[in-house]
Design a binder for this molecule. Structure first.
Ligand SMILES: Nc1ncnc2c1ncn2[C@@H]1O[C@H](COP(=O)(O)OP(=O)(O)OP(=O)(O)O)[C@@H](O)[C@H]1O
Ligand SMILES: [Mg+2]
Length: 462
């Protein structure tokens, strides 16, 4: 429960609000209390001084009584005493607390402007001021003014109550915030968490549509995409394994079959030669396949390092063509090559050779007897383009998007005869892309195929 995100965020919010409230309360409370107390004291002293002024002008009993009557109607208490503290006139009954103040007042000398003589409003019942009555330079007595501290205390109590109400409101607000948070933040997070658990358990179809445009929405979309990719990856992997075992099994069946035949008694010497050459071909095919699979594994582990160097591209192309020429001659294929001789490219030569061999090998396999293959290199300021075109059987349009998938072949049975296992283009694509380039196939069924390889030009060669 305490681990719930909404509770954590809510509590944080709550603590923050309470802290702010406490701070505000403290500042307001002390300020208000001080102001209020100061005001009362100033008032008290001013009133006492006024009475004193009147009494200094008319120092007689009736004026004193008049002052007493005036204050009996106010919130204050006035007590007029002689110099010894004997009460002459009082507006309200003289309580023991008042008596105490009077006693200490007559013992302490005070200035002629009057003074606050009791200011402990928190602990005492009254605060008090004292003004000296002087007639012709002689001290005649004291005008003592008292104000009950209850009023100030009540006012501050009210303030405290208001802050309590605000506190309760804060708690309610926090609960609402927690509810809102849990709806808008936590519940989508819980959904995401459940979805990822589903993915972990191997559930294929994750649908996480939060209908939100914020970060959580895009997180949900990413998770959905990852789950689909993962699913696709799993399917691809199992297809891949099935294909591989098939690819390995077929040549092995041939090898085993022909080896059995050779071992039969009475086998003719020509047949032995024939069959052993088939065994050799199949074994070669197998070793090529295994080498390709190793390359693929490297691609998958991101260990497909390329070592680029400035290389005369046309020489690389020429050596590939020379290598493939016998195979081309077998099918009476002509190859036309156009390459700007001075062209220098920033490439990994053996890897690019592999790309060209894979593409030209495809062109050869899918060309008709006596056909023509062209290889054109063009060079712009920031790109090198290698275009290899054949006039062979072409590729159905709907197959083109899948050609670069590993082990993908169009006509499985026929390709098998011509030795393909559907890895050539996958490897070519990986190599070209790790050079920062791209590879594209354009084809028309019955007319021929063009493979376009674009490589970045690299820094200017010096
Ligand atoms: N020039 C082309 N003309 C017609 N079809 C082609 C051409 N190039 C590729 N293809 C088709 O694309 C498929 C995939 O090609 P890819 O080179 O990846 O595999 P492969 O040639 O069958 O086997 P591998 O190259 O691994 O020996 C081929 O099986 C073939 O059907
Ligand atoms: Mg191929």
């Amino acid at each position: 429960m305490m681990n719930k995100l909404s509770i954590k965020v809510g509590l944080l919010f709550f603590i923050f609000i309470v802290l702010v409230e406490l701070l505000l309360f403290f500042i307001l409370y002390t300020n208000l209390a001080n102001n209020q107390v100061d005001e009362v004291m100033d008032n008290l002293l001013a009133r006492g001084n006024t009475h004193r002024d009147v009494l200094e002008d008319h120092y007689n009993k009736s004026t004193m009584e008049h002052v007493g009557i005036m204050e009996s109607a106010s919130d204050f208490v006035v007590v007029i005493t002689d110099t010894n503290g004997n009460v002459i006139v009082n507006s309200n009954p003289v309580e023991p607390e008042i008596k105490q103040v009077i006693q200490s007042a007559v013992q302490q000398p005070i200035s002629s402007d009057g003074e606050i003589i009791e200011e402990k409003w928190k602990t005492k019942k009254y605060i008090a001021s004292d003004s000296l009555i002087k007639v012709d330079g002689e001290i005649k007595g004291h005008v003592l003014m008292f104000a009950e501290t209850n009023k100030v205390k009540n006012m501050l109590l009210q303030l405290g109550n208001q802050f309590k109400i605000i506190g309760i409101l804060t708690i309610i607000l926090t609960i609402i915030t927690i509810l809102i948070l849990s709806k808008f933040i936590t519940s989508p997070l819980i959904k995401i968490k459940e979805a990822t658990e589903q993915i972990y358990k191997g559930n294929k179809q994750i649908k996480l549509n939060l209908k939100r445009n914020d970060e959580l929405g895009s997180l949900a979309k990413t998770i959905t995409r990852i789950s689909h990719d993962l699913d696709q990856l799993k399917t691809e992997r199992s297809e891949f394994l099935t294909n591989i075992s098939h690819e390995l099994r077929t040549p092995l069946t041939y090898i085993k079959g022909y080896a059995d035949i050779i071992n039969r008694p009475n086998i003719k010497i020509e047949d032995t030669k024939n069959y052993s050459s088939i065994i050799k071909d199949e074994a070669e095919q197998l070793s090529i396949l295994i080498k390709n699979l190793f390359d693929l594994a490297k691609v998958d582990q991101n260990k497909f390092a390329i070592n680029q160097e400035w290389t005369p591209l046309c020489e690389v192309i020429q050596s590939v063509i020379n290598r493939l020429r016998p195979a081309f001659n077998d099918k009476n294929l002509t190859i036309e090559e156009h390459c700007p001789k001075s062209l220098v490219a920033f490439i990994d030569p053996p890897r690019i050779q592999q790309v060209l061999i894979n593409i030209l090998d495809n062109a050869k396999k899918h060309s008709f007897e006596g056909g023509k293959i062209t290889l054109n290199v063009s060079d712009t300021s920031n790109e090198i383009e290698i275009l290899i075109t054949d006039e062979g059987e072409g590729i159905p349009e709907e197959e083109i998007p899948y050609l670069f998938n590993r082990l993908y072949r169009i006509d499985k049975s026929r390709s098998r005869l011509s030795g393909g296992s559907g890895i050539g283009l996958t490897i070519a694509k990986e190599i070209v892309e790790s050079h920062g380039g791209s590879i594209k196939i354009v084809s028309e069924l019955g007319k021929g195929t063009s493979v376009k390889v674009n490589l970045p030009r690299g820094e200017k060669y010096v």
